[in-house]
Structures are given as C-alpha cells and as structure tokens.
Design a binder for this molecule. Structure first.
Ligand code: ZN
Length: 324
C-alpha cells in the first residue's frame, strides 16, 4: 500500500498521472477481448483477466514503468449484467477478483507507491427500443445498487485505493453509481463517458447539472473520459467551474474494438471510422498528447491519463506536462 493518501495529495494541489488504455492495449498485444462479441462488445476484456493474466499484468507494469501514479484495474465489464451476454454471469466474482489481483500484483511488483483504482464500468444495458436509457431506471435501483456494491466491496477487500465508477453516461446513473460505490468505505471517483464536441454529456445533459446533482453525494473526484481530446478540452472548463473537488481527464484516441470483425461499427470515440484498424489515433501522437496534457493541467485537471487506443508511449510523453 502507498505511504501517502491519494486524497491528501490531490487536495494538497498535486497533479497525478493516470495510466492509459488497458482493453485496447490488450487487443493490440494479441489478447482476445471480444469473446462472444460480434457488433457489440458483450463483456469485452473481462475474460482476459484469467485467460491472458500475464498480458494484463504486463500492460499494468508498462504504465507503472513510464511513470503512472494510478493504474485502473481491468474490471471493464466483470459485472454480471455484462457477463450475462456470454453466459458467464455466475462466474463474475472469478473475473472481478482476477482483475483486482492483476492490478494489485502489478502495483506491488512495479511501484508499491502507485495507486490502484478499482474500475467499475456502467452496465450500458438500458434500452428503450434502440434508444439508450438510464441503467438505474432500466435495471431498478435495487439491482443497480447491488451490482455496484458487490463489486466495490470485492475490490476494496483486495486492496484497491479508490473505486472508480466509470464510463457512466446519464446523470441519474452517475449519482446512483457514486452512492453505491461508496458503500465499500474508500473514496469514489466518477468517470463520465463520451463528452460531445460542445462539452455536453452524451445524451445532452450538462456537466453543470451533473455537478449540481452530485452535491451532497460521496464523490471525491470527477473525471471526463473515453471522449476525443478536443471534446475534453470543451468539457473540462465547464466541469471545473461547476464542481469544487478534484477533476481529471482521460481521452479516447480512436478505438475500433470490432474492427477486425465488423468494419466501421463500433468506433468508441464516436469519430468517423477510417477503416478496420483497432487503434485509429490519427493526429494523436505521443507529442500531441503531451500538448493536450499541458492544456488540461492549465485548465485545472489534477488527474490526467488516457483511455481507449492510448498506450504507454502516450503516457510516457504526457508525464513531463503532468508532473513537471
Ligand atoms: Zn475508452
């Protein structure tokens, strides 16, 4: 366990370097992250935590080696509501535990002073016809809370330092996820997905309304994530003005998870696909990302890293801007 408390460092004004993408990096290194998937992600990289545990640990360790202060456990979609899509929901604890172990083991080997954020990604199962709707409204509060509470407690017991409820799209889900994650008794960070080019949330809700809705709820930091870098530059000042706690960003550089399977279907940063490549990073070179990191730090971000399609080369380049 690190000697210094992560919240003491953030509230003391320090800026921390977050890791980069894990699922996309696993895919880039040849691990199967699409078990049972066709044009949808199903449980994505959940099963890789057991089948490719060595690769998961290598990815974590590479991020630590280039200087990440925080790594996110690879729990992106070890929750039962996602594993159900491939018939493995009864085994969710095995996958969740393996992800926690991979991260905690890598931290111990790579840098015991680094923090592990236990990641819990939103279920994204709520639909009304083809239209996405809030998960907490779709699943019901009891089922939604239970999934987050069970996962948070499991990860906290394994020694993660914070719970990161991430990839959340609706304000109602953000509030419910934060409340449930806090049941584990450690700080909860929130990661809001798919910010638009206008700086609004994915379904048009505003970050100011999000900050107002979170007032009085147990959230220790709010991050914008899995959006393209320019969108984060729009959203971050809005969030900074509206929310008084630490804020952060981790962008999606252009990830096309199903590229090898189905062309142009699932580009997660919502920019147009340019073909079948898994990582479509266009102009987001490591040195360009260092410029973005500098801009975001000046905008007040205190946690800066990368999401889909970013790799250790990006985080290494961003380190000087973040820590310098
Ligand atoms: Zn992402």
């Amino acid at each position: 366990m690190p000697d210094l408390d992560i919240m003491d460092r953030l509230l003391g004004g320090e800026t921390l370097l977050l890791d980069g993408g894990t699922g996309s990096e696993l895919q880039r290194r040849g691990a199967d992250v699409l078990l049972g998937a066709t044009d949808r992600l199903k449980a994505w990289s959940a099963t890789a935590n057991i089948e490719f545990a060595d690769v998961v640990q290598q990815v974590h360790q590479d991020y630590l080696r280039v200087g990440a202060d925080i790594i996110i456990s690879n729990n992106f979609w070890t929750i039962p509501s996602r594993l159900e899509g491939i018939g493995l929901h009864d085994r969710w604890q095995e996958f969740a535990q393996a992800a926690g172990e991979n991260a905690v083991t890598a931290r111990q080997a790579g840098n015991p002073q680094a923090y592990v954020a236990g990641g819990i990604a939103a279920p994204c199962v709520g639909y009304s016809g083809d239209k996405p709707v809030s998960d907490v409204e779709y699943m019901g509060a009891v089922a939604f809370h239970k999934e987050y509470i069970d996962h948070s407690k499991l990860l906290a017991a394994m020694g993660v330092d914070v719970i990161l409820v991430e990839y959340v799209g609706f304000i109602a889900d953000c509030v419910a996820a934060v409340d449930a994650g806090a049941e584990a008794g450690i700080p909860v960070f929130l990661g809001v997905r798919h910010i638009g080019v206008d700086g609004a949330m994915q379904y048009g809700e505003s970050l100011s309304d999000l900050a107002a809705a979170l007032e009085g709820h147990p959230v220790s930091a709010v991050l914008l994530m899995c959006s393209h870098p320019e969108a984060l530059s729009k959203g971050l000042p809005i969030l900074r003005d509206a929310y008084t706690g630490p804020v952060g960003v981790y962008p999606n550089l252009g990830y096309n998870p199903t590229g090898p399977i189905v062309e142009q279907k699932m580009l997660t940063n919502q920019l147009p696909s340019e073909g079948r490549d898994v990582a479509q990073i266009r102009n987001y070179s490591p040195s360009r990302m260092a410029e973005f990191a500098d801009e975001w730090k000046h905008m007040g971000a205190q946690i800066i890293g990368g999401c889909c399609a970013s790799g250790p080369e990006h985080i290494m380049a961003m380190k000087t801007a973040v820590k310098g």
